[in-house]
Design a protein around this ligand. Structure first.
Ligand SMILES: NC(=O)c1ccc[n+]([C@@H]2O[C@H](COP(=O)([O-])OP(=O)(O)OC[C@H]3O[C@@H](n4cnc5c(N)ncnc54)[C@H](OP(=O)(O)O)[C@@H]3O)[C@@H](O)[C@H]2O)c1
Length: 309
């Protein structure tokens, strides 16, 4: 089978499509024929080795964590799925999704893809939406609260805006000027220019600062610029690491994507019936998968990048 392979840690330019042995499902596993895979911010870090101290990968390494496909075969004891079922899956990191055939565990990270959710949108949904829900749950956004989403144009951020909007009074979202229509379309109340001082812009709209900052792109000391937009005693949630607290009593929590039972299926149902928009910014055929990664890391497109098979 064809797969996108990284032979060793190195630049994305060294990724190559090669033949690998087709995997077989063991007990508790499901074999998928891949239809679409969405790219995630973590993928380039796994390829280059930027995360090798925390999440080492074995080479040859196949990137790609969010897969939509059709069940090709099931392991001996799998009863929840059968050949021909359309599904979506989160492979987590390390991943392995950018291949014609993929083996996944039969667990909460695998769900039937309902009618109304095509493979491209299905692949685009998985980690972005589940992470966004984890972030919004951790922030416990209350009715009427004001929220700033930093990184709102990305895979996680575009779902974070929509989910925060369900309870928040007002949601402000970072982006470039060109992203305004996209962000307002997701339910944001105003664009916050990501290149300018976030706190100064927020204070013109909410003089005390927002109740909650959901920063889904920055890490470490850089989070201070987001935290400065929160009111005294406000809270910040991030998906990357950082300090335990910030000036003016702004509390911080750091989360990683959770897939409790039923969550992926529920998000899929919401996407299928239109309650959740799945923004797809660009699609590439698998033959152009290396270009997809190079564009993903160098060109700004609002919404998810998806590779189709
Ligand atoms: N802890 C976890 O469980 C977990 C789960 C999922 C993701 N993550 C991490 O979360 C981050 C985002 O992931 P993703 O998949 O959403 O990535 P993504 O699709 O690349 O989205 C990032 C978005 O943020 C924008 N951006 C970059 N720097 C910014 C800044 N300083 N201020 C405002 N916006 C900025 C990007 O714009 P450009 O297009 O211009 O770059 C892009 O639209 C990654 O670092 C990923 O590793 C962690």
């Amino acid at each position: 089978m064809k797969a996108l392979v990284s032979a060793s840690y190195g630049p994305l330019e060294a990724l190559e499509v090669t033949d690998l042995p087709a995997p077989r499902p063991e007990p508790g596993e499901v074999l998928l024929r891949t239809e679409a895979v969405s790219l995630n911010g973590v993928d380039p870090k796994l390829v280059t080795g930027a995360m090798k101290d925390f999440v080492p990968v074995r080479h040859p390494f196949v990137p790609g964590a969010d897969v939509a496909g059709v069940v090709e075969a099931v392991g001996p004891d799998v009863t929840r799925f059968a050949a021909g079922d359309p599904v979506i899956a989160a492979l987590g990191a390390p991943s392995g999704g950018l291949a014609e055939l993929v083996v996944v565990k039969d667990d909460a990270r695998l769900a039937v893809r309902p009618a109304g959710l095509d493979a491209v949108r299905g692949a685009a949904l998985v980690t972005g939406a589940a992470t966004a829900l984890t972030v919004v749950d951790a922030a416990d956004v209350g009715p009427g609260e004001t929220v700033l989403v930093v990184g709102a144009t990305g895979g996680v951020g575009s779902f974070t805006v929509q989910l925060a909007r369900r309870t928040a009074g007002q949601v402000f979202a970072t982006g470039r000027a060109d992203d305004e229509a996209f962000l307002l379309g997701l339910g944001a109340h105003a664009l916050i220019d990501r290149e300018a001082d976030l706190a100064a812009q927020i204070r013109r709209l909410v003089p005390a600062g927002v109740d909650v900052v959901l920063d889904v792109v920055q890490a470490g000391p850089a989070l201070a610029s987001s935290a400065a937009a929160a009111r005294p005693g406000g809270r910040l949630v991030s998906v990357l690491g950082g300090p335990p607290a910030f000036d003016r009593g702004v509390g911080a929590s750091y989360v990683s994507t959770q897939f409790p039972p039923g969550r992926l299926a529920d998000l899929a149902a919401q996407a299928a019936d239109g309650r959740l928009d799945v923004p797809v910014g660009a699609t590439y055929p698998f033959a152009d998968v290396r270009s997809a990664y190079l564009d993903f890391t160098t060109k700004h497109v609002a919404g998810k990048y998806v590779v189709t098979f």
